[in-house]
Ligand binder design. Structure first.
Ligand code: 5RP
Length: 230
């Protein structure tokens, strides 16, 4: 049986938008699955099924998309607490710990998610993993000045960091930083690794999102799976 991944993404995205009620402040994730969620949100607003929604985008890309759909936007300075944020992920483990950032927006995503009462992850079945680091590299956002020392440090921790590129150019994040994608043979203890990486000078943020997601809505070939943090 062939699985239509785009259809699964759409299903997860539309199911998650059911959690959005009129009047809510909503964090708008980044990536191909989050894009479908923002599209669905825009359509529900246009059809009058929702009203008075205000979005806080997690990237310039999702800001542009929301604006094009007429979704009103605000900032964390105006609205420091969000009702819900809906975003994609690169890996989701059984505890709902995540790796995020292959879309390049992990820093703003983490800030917005940390300010949200509910943080709902959406994805297709490929994102479910038994252990973090088995499917995706760990993205680490670094100030450009610190590229070499941070790369050396990440290599000493057992990874093979690769500077992310886009169309042959170094990828620059919305905050003006670079991303090192770190391939580890095995990540035995994500919490310990997260602490060590975050503490190193020049590291701005890493893509571990540990104990942050309150729910995950994952579309599979046998239906929607709705996981909730215990
Ligand atoms: C962006 C992210 C994305 O949410 C993540 O990469 C998943 O993207 P997609 O839905 O395209 O697979 O973390 O920084």
């Amino acid at each position: 049986m062939t699985v239509d991944i785009d259809e699964l993404k759409r299903l997860a995205a539309a199911t998650a938008v059911d959690a959005v009620k009129s009047g809510m402040i909503v964090g708008l994730g980044t990536g191909s699955t989050a894009l479908l969620m923002v599209q669905e949100l825009g359509q529900r607003l246009q059809k009058g099924r929702l009203n008075n929604i205000v979005g806080i985008p997690t990237s310039e890309q999702s800001a542009r998309q929301a604006q094009s759909l007429g979704i009103p936007l605000t900032t964390l300075s105006e609205q420091p607490t969000l009702d819900v944020t809906i975003d994609g992920a690169d890996e989701i483990d059984p505890q709902l710990d995540l790796i995020k950032g292959l879309g390049g927006s992990l820093l703003r995503e983490k800030i917005v998610a940390s300010s949200s009462l509910r943080f709902i992850i959406i994805g297709d079945q490929r994102k479910l993993v038994h252990r973090l680091g088995t499917r995706a590299p760990l993205p680490v956002e670094v100030i450009p000045f610190a590229q070499r020392p941070v790369s050396d440090f990440l290599r000493a921790l057992g990874s093979q960091p690769v500077i992310r590129e886009n169309d042959g150019e170094t990828f620059i994040t919305d905050e003006g930083n670079i991303i090192l994608d770190c391939h580890f043979a095995e990540i035995a203890n994500p919490r310990q690794l997260a602490l060590e990486v975050k503490a190193y000078p020049g590291v701005v943020e890493h893509g571990f999102f540990l104990a942050m997601a309150t729910e995950a809505i994952v579309a599979t070939s046998t239906g929607i799976k709705h996981f909730k943090r215990e």
